[in-house]
Design a protein around this ligand. Structure first.
Ligand code: NAD
Length: 498
């Protein structure tokens, strides 16, 4: 059994809190560690250290800051495999999936290496007689991030690299379910030359989160997690005068048009529906085949594939998906399957009784496929966050689109079709933040930005990419004139440059 530390002021700092939470190996069900649930005083200490360290870091040349990121990226590449193992141990996802998560996180660190270019302002000469103007993006000071369990390395990296590269100091509150990966990355960042106090990690739960939201010296908060908590973060953080971006849950639909390549669509649904046991905010959880013929053909392809899913612990390198994160998540997902059956959906593949020899106490649920799901059902309306794919049959493209428009979430969506007109209309009209055309998980690359619409994002900024730089900086515009220019007396009218 190991006990997690905090990291404050450049050092590992064992928590003084008497409260702890267990960390499990979800594949075996075994309790393997304990994470402290830090007290308000520990957030205060982290913020104080960040506040002391930030001005010197923020005043370094951006190129000097970038040099630390080049070294950090190199170390992440070198130690990616170890980080992935730790992610799999506490989260349960397959090793290949954990490696892919680390790779997507490193992409953001590499993007942050370009910070001198990203912070470049705009300049206009002669905005008035002998007057020039330029804009500058300056750091906010101390900023914070609160992250979910499902990407314990990547989602924190959606936040702290760009915040820190922009000249801020950062306080991270990782998920208490799989907290080790963040600490490993912190260690590598320190070895790369990050000054003490610029990245601080405080383990914890709602107590630490609310202390972040209320702290007067924290200027901005990034959050990724479930929608009810995202809404709480947005409301409480905004009320305390902070800039807030709070990314929430999802229910991502994939439309399959009659002209789609059905093998391609079925394979896409397998990966996007069951990869990481459906514990992804960009998982496809609703398949929407258009027309009965398309639906019948799709279900006929999917049924054997779901039945034959290779499910196992991350030590099994052949496994395609692993267990869920906790016993509570396992029970919740099974009860959703019960409710789908009770509400009259057709259960094509039932994952409730899945059991793996030698791993009987693991938090596994087998791949589950529903057909003839309708919009009034709970399994359609709620985010289940498990390996459960619902099929809603639509009679037309318009009906499929209407379904998506009526849903509370608007994170990701996809359409599978060979028709350019339909694809273009879909991409242009659909009320969802991230859209795939024959791409089931359209997570934007590091130099674009990630964000949903509707109940999937509270706040004005998407995360990482150019929007990330904007979120973590404030704009200053300077207008200057030198005395050798125009001579004029006192002017009492509003300045006009004509
Ligand atoms: P969660 O909301 O339970 O927890 C997220 C964070 O909030 C954790 O650090 C947790 O400690 C903290 N927290 C939990 N309850 C809290 C409360 N009442 N008050 C204050 N803080 C609280 O989410 P999770 O279960 O860790 O992650 C899964 C969820 O995250 C899913 O809904 C998924 O869709 C979502 N998610 C969204 C995105 C996205 O980009 N939109 C990405 C990844 C995950």
């Amino acid at each position: 059994m190991y006990v997690l530390d905090n990291a404050i002021g450049g050092k590992r700092a064992p928590s003084a809190s008497a409260r702890t939470a267990p960390v499990f190996n979800p594949a075996t069900g075994e309790e393997i560690g304990a994470v402290p649930l830090s007290a308000i005083a520990e957030i205060d200490a982290a913020v104080e250290n960040a506040k002391q360290a930030q001005p010197a870091w923020g005043n370094l040349t951006p190129a000097k800051r970038a040099s630390v990121f080049f070294k950090f990226a190199e170390k992440l590449h070198k130690h990616g495999d170890e980080i992935a193992r730790e992610i799999s141990r506490e989260h349960g996802k397959t090793h290949a999936d954990a490696l892919a998560e680390v790779a997507r996180g490193v992409e953001i660190v590499e993007f942050a290496c370009g910070i001198p270019h990203l912070l470049k302002g705009e300049y206009s000469r002669n905005v008035g007689p002998s007057i020039d103007s330029y804009s500058d993006r300056q750091p906010l000071g101390v900023v914070a991030g609160i992250t979910p369990f499902n990407f314990p390395a990547m989602v924190p990296m959606w936040m702290y690299p760009l915040a820190i590269a922009s000249g801020n100091a950062f306080v991270l509150k990782p998920s208490e379910r799989d907290p080790s990966a963040s600490l490993m990355c912190w260690e590598l960042f320190m070895e790369a030359g990050l000054p003490p106090g610029i990245l601080n990690i405080v383990q914890g739960d709602k107590v630490a989160v609310d202390a972040i939201l209320d702290h007067k010296d924290i200027k901005a908060v990034s959050f990724v997690g479930s929608t009810p908590v995202a809404q709480h973060i947005y409301e409480r953080g905004s009320k305390a005068g902070k800039r807030v971006q709070a990314l929430g849950g999802a229910k991502n639909h994939m439309i399959v048009m009659p002209d789609a390549d059905l093998d391609m669509a079925a394979n896409a649904l397998m990966g996007a529906g069951y990869g990481s046991a459906g514990e992804r905010c960009m998982a496809i959880t609703v398949a929407v085949p258009v027309g009965e013929k398309t639906a019948d053909a799709l279900i006929a392809r999917m049924k054997p594939m779901v039945e034959q899913l290779k499910i196992g612990p991350s030590s099994d390198r052949e496994a395609e998906m692993g267990p869920l994160i906790t016993r509570a998540a396992q029970e919740k997902v099974k009860s959703y399957i019960d409710s789908g059956v009770a509400e009259g959906a057709e259960l094509v593949v039932d994952g409730r009784n899945f059991s793996l020899q030698g791993y009987e106490d693991g938090f596994f649920v087998g791949g589950t496929l529903f057909d003839r799901v309708t919009p009034d059902m709970k399994i359609y309306q709620d985010e289940i966050f498990g390996p459960v794919l619902s099929t809603v049959r639509a009679s037309s493209y318009e009906e499929a689109v209407q379904l998506i428009h009526n849903h509370q979430y608007g994170n990701g969506t996809a359409i599978f079709t060979r028709d350019g007109d339909t694809a273009r209309a879909f991409a242009s009209d659909i009320e969802v933040g991230m859209v795939g055309v024959n791409v089931p998980i359209p997570v934007p690359v590091a130099y674009h930005s990630f964000g949903g619409w509707k109940q999937s994002l509270f706040g004005d900024h998407s995360i990482y990419g150019p929007e990330g730089v904007h979120f973590y900086t404030r704009l200053k515009t300077v207008t200057s004139r030198w005395p050798s220019g125009v001579k004029e007396g006192a002017v009492f009218t509003f300045p006009s440059m004509k």
